[in-house]
Design a protein around this ligand. Structure first.
Ligand code: AMP
Length: 212
């Protein structure tokens, strides 16, 4: 089974993929699919899949491709996937990228480029509202007072794990940008500015495409 054209939001952990995905979804109409969110949900629910993924996640390692592709295949059976999806944090390996090609045509890959040191300071200050799923930052995007008391920190957002996740990204995921560049699909965006600036750059890229 194949779904409509899809978009990939690519970049290291903490590049702002989760923060920017809402904007891209609203412009393109494609629902966001985050494999990281799906895995965290499975861990929280204590499913067998969650139990097997947990130790990889806590150690900054990638969950095996087979597990990820099973999750994606199930997600694609939802009706809302028919006109394509916005993938956030997927694919992360070459085998995942190749398996995805059997399931959808990749229309474009929006790659957020951010230096490692900036990522470490971003991620260690990142907090999530468990009620709305909204992502905040203690310095760059403080939560309103009525929300700040209930914020949680992901347990893989410590500096030690972030460094491991970055190493994993550089070894296993970053080479994918070449794969998509060769296919003429890669759009690189400077992700180091503030959130609004990055959103504006993404908006410009997408609107240019829609207008053409
Ligand atoms: P994320 O929220 O995207 O940073 O993902 C959190 C963790 O989930 C990662 O550090 C990996 O352990 C795991 N994970 C998420 N997506 C994938 C994927 N596509 N392939 C392998 N592991 C993944």
């Amino acid at each position: 089974m194949r779904v409509g054209k899809s978009i990939i939001l690519f970049g290291p952990p903490g590049a702002g993929k989760g923060t920017q995905s809402g904007l891209i979804s609203s412009i393109t109409g494609k629902p966001q699919v985050s494999t990281g969110d799906m895995l965290r949900e499975a861990v929280k629910e204590g499913t067998d899949l969650g139990k097997s993924a947990q130790s990889y996640m806590e150690n900054g390692l990638l969950v095996p491709d087979q597990v990820i592709m099973d999750l994606i295949r199930v997600r694609l059976t939802n009706d809302d996937a028919d006109s394509g999806l916005l993938f956030d944090g997927f694919p992360r390996t070459l085998p995942q990228a190749m398996a995805l090609e059997q399931l959808t045509e990749v229309e474009k890959v929006i790659s957020l480029v951010v230096e490692d040191d900036e990522i470490v300071s971003r991620i260690t200050g990142r907090r999530t509202d468990p009620v709305s799923g909204e992502i905040y930052h203690v310095v760059f995007k403080p939560a309103p007072p009525e929300v700040s008391g209930r914020l949680v920190q992901r347990n893989d957002d410590t500096e030690e794990t972030v460094r491991k996740r970055l190493a994993t990204f550089h070894q296993q995921t970053a080479p994918l940008s070449e794969y998509y560049r060769e296919r003429g699909l890669l759009i690189e965006i400077d992700g180091s500015g503030d959130i609004k600036q990055v959103s504006a750059s993404i908006g410009t890229v997408l609107e240019k495409d829609i207008g053409s």
